[in-house]
Design a protein around this ligand. Structure first.
Ligand code: FES
Length: 70
């Protein structure tokens, strides 16, 4: 799904940038140009950042539990 209409950037590209270390709209813009024109997509980008970061916390907690159980 295209998140940034101005630059044609998809949610997959943005999620990849987040997993690569981008943690703010500015860093996403630097990484893939999303949000650099009208800015209308920045709330959606911020939401993707929140989603990816909470997924990472859940995954980290899961691996901690797995390590503790073994
Ligand atoms: S929709 Fe992303 S900069 Fe306009």
């Amino acid at each position: 799904m295209i998140v940034c209409q101005c630059n044609g950037v998809s949610d997959r590209t943005i999620r990849r940038a987040i997993r690569g270390g981008a943690a703010s709209c500015r860093e996403i813009a630097r990484s893939c140009n999303a949000g650099t024109f009208c800015g209308g997509c920045r709330p959606a980008i911020a939401e993707l950042i929140r989603e990816e970061q909470s997924d990472a916390v859940v995954e980290a907690a899961g691996s901690g539990l797995a390590a503790a159980a073994s």
